[in-house]
Design a protein around this ligand. Structure first.
Ligand code: S3P
Length: 183
């Protein structure tokens, strides 16, 4: 457990849909033994419906409010260290970016647009990509969000061509260094 005087030491995974946040999150959870909190899963569980249905029935703003509410809860100095896997749009609100940085070590997982398209086309779970031209939507959202991922993260890592255990090893080394150097 963290001392309440110490800043939180979570490892937080951010990045676009299909960049491997959930898979790498599970790998880090297995390696470190810290609990894994997948924000989308928590939101779905609380809402009693899938993300796609939340978007459909309550709208994107309601989903974003749930995301912000959950981030506010997580910034609790007494909560245990965790691996936190976020949804791809968690960086869109300035308040969220501030909360994410407070949570600990923030890692931006990346992949090229073609890899994202291939990975996300395998299911219909992503309402933002339910469009005529998902490839164009991916390019547009990446263009809007890349500066936000950049500003929020301590480390960025391209996951394409790497196994999830290799990505996890890189993150663990860098996170260890970050937490020991932090004032
Ligand atoms: C979203 C990404 C999704 C999910 C929701 C919105 C986004 O999470 O939170 O569909 O705005 O990019 P993943 O990044 O885990 O797919």
């Amino acid at each position: 457990m963290n001392e309440s005087t110490n800043p939180p030491e979570n490892i937080v995974l951010i990045g676009f849909m299909g960049c491997g946040k959930s898979t790498v999150g599970r790998e880090l959870h297995q390696r470190l033994g810290y609990p894994l909190l997948d924000m989308d899963h928590v939101i779905e569980k609380r809402a009693g419906r899938s993300i796609a249905r939340i978007f459909e029935e309550q709208g994107e703003t309601a989903f974003r409010d749930m995301e912000t509410g959950l981030l506010r809860e997580l910034v609790d100095p007494d909560s245990p260290r965790r691996i936190i896997s976020t949804g791809g749009g968690a960086v869109v609100r300035p308040e969220n970016r501030n909360l994410l940085r407070k949570l600990g070590y923030v890692v931006w997982l990346q992949a090229p647009p073609a890899v994202i398209l291939d990975r996300t086309s395998k299911n219909r779970a992503r309402p933002l990509l339910h469009t005529e031209d998902p490839a164009a939507r991916i390019r547009q959202l990446l263009h809007e969000r890349e500066p936000l991922y950049q500003e929020t993260s301590h480390l960025k890592l391209d996951t394409s061509g790497l196994r999830s255990d290799e990505v996890a090893t890189g993150i663990l080394e860098c996170a260890r260094y970050f937490f020991t150097q932090r004032p």
